[in-house]
Design a protein around this ligand. Structure first.
Ligand code: FNR
Length: 336
């Protein structure tokens, strides 16, 4: 199944192999602009026959960057470089998405940082400001503007980063959201920011929309996959096409049990109980594992992170192991 196509809306991916978004911390200055690194790194995976490449967490505001070297999409000036990137990837036969992100309290940049409540992530991070209603309104607009720019730049997919303890995740989790207004308190109100961001993005974007979540907070008072079944139903009702299921990082604690494909069970639960399309991610390096996640109906797509850093030609490696014929780029015919 790994090498079968997958269609969402008007988009058909040539296979189910997705490059997981990974920060490259590679911008030359603090401009957030695409440079030669990005223009070599991402298209290499297209040459390697990855079906969909999701560009790293790209900041919707300067203070929403994880680091000062992150890519940005907070200004119209970012569109030109991003357009070049989408064109390079398209020219090598792959599709390309972008992860729109706001780091919230995990931002490691100068100046004030923002979060639902004024609680630092750990002793190395600064204490964020609790967001005012104006901050929230501005942030929702920033996501919508970023979606407009992503469309102008020619992306095929938008993924909202609502995982790993960044801003949207901080609103969802009761561990980090101690607000008492319309954006905090019970489960409904903690969903409000994501709700509003999805609605605002959809005003600008009619293409496939993914949301990456952390399905488990790994804390007795935190969110669990059961909570996310409900949130996944809401996202689906709002028109989200696929939930990319990661976990953890809301708190510094690491997941108790990490093994190949350890998050796929969460993707499976959401797919079954909320009847949404899912992506599975997390130590998927073996082609047989990727294949079995898809064949057993745990997920619709598999996302690979670090393995695609090590082996940009992983689809070729996988095809060989699975006994599938994978056409090479024409110029590699003699050496594939
Ligand atoms: C990541 N990860 C990540 N996740 C995300 O949603 N947005 C991001 O920008 C990043 N950045 C990032 C950078 C680097 C260098 C690594 C290694 C990881 C997490 C990544 O997408 C993936 O979920 C995890 O790495 C687990 O998958 P693998 O690597 O085990 O296949």
């Amino acid at each position: 199944m790994l090498f079968t196509s997958y269609t969402m809306k008007e988009l058909t991916l040539k296979n189910r192999i997705v490059m997981s978004p990974m920060c490259m911390y590679a911008c030359d200055d603090e401009s957030g602009r695409v440079n030669n690194w990005h223009k070599v790194h991402y298209p290499s995976r297209a040459v390697g026959q990855v079906g969909l490449i999701i560009v790293e967490a790209t900041a919707v505001t300067p203070q929403g960057r994880i680091s000062a070297q992150d890519l940005g999409i907070w200004s119209d000036e970012h569109v030109e470089g991003l357009k070049e990137l989408t064109s390079l990837v398209h020219s090598q036969g792959a599709h390309i998405g972008i992860q729109l992100a706001h780091a919230g309290r995990k931002a490691l940049v100068e100046g004030p940082i923002l979060a639902p409540s004024a609680i630092p992530f750990d002793e190395k991070h600064r204490t964020p400001e609790a967001m005012t209603e104006q901050h929230i309104a501005e942030t929702i607009t920033a996501f919508a503007e970023a979606a407009r720019r992503a469309k102008e730049a020619g992306f095929d997919v938008i993924e909202l980063h609502a995982a790993h303890g960044y801003l949207i995740n901080e609103f969802l989790s009761p561990l980090t959201n101690k607000r008492t207004d319309a954006y905090g308190g019970d489960k409904d109100r903690r969903y409000q920011l994501l709700n509003d961001v999805i609605d605002a993005v959809k005003q600008q974007w009619s293409g496939p929309l993914f949301v990456r979540i952390s399905a488990h907070d790994y804390h007795p008072e935190g969110l669990t996959p059961d909570d996310y079944v409900d949130y996944a139903r809401r996202m689906k009702a709002q028109g989200v096409d696929l939930i990319d299921v990661s976990s953890g990082a809301v708190l510094p604690a690491v997941p108790p049990n990490i093994y190949p494909g350890f998050q796929a069970a969460y993707a499976a639960q959401l797919r079954k109980e909320a009847e949404v399309a899912t992506g599975a991610v997390g130590i998927i390096t073996q082609p047989e594992l990727a294949e079995s996640i898809l064949a057993s109906g745990q997920a619709d797509l598999v996302l690979l992170g670090r393995e695609l850093l090590r082996d940009p030609y992983w689809p070729r490696t996988a095809a060989k192991q699975l006994g599938v014929t994978l056409e090479p780029p024409k110029s590699y015919n003699r050496g594939w």
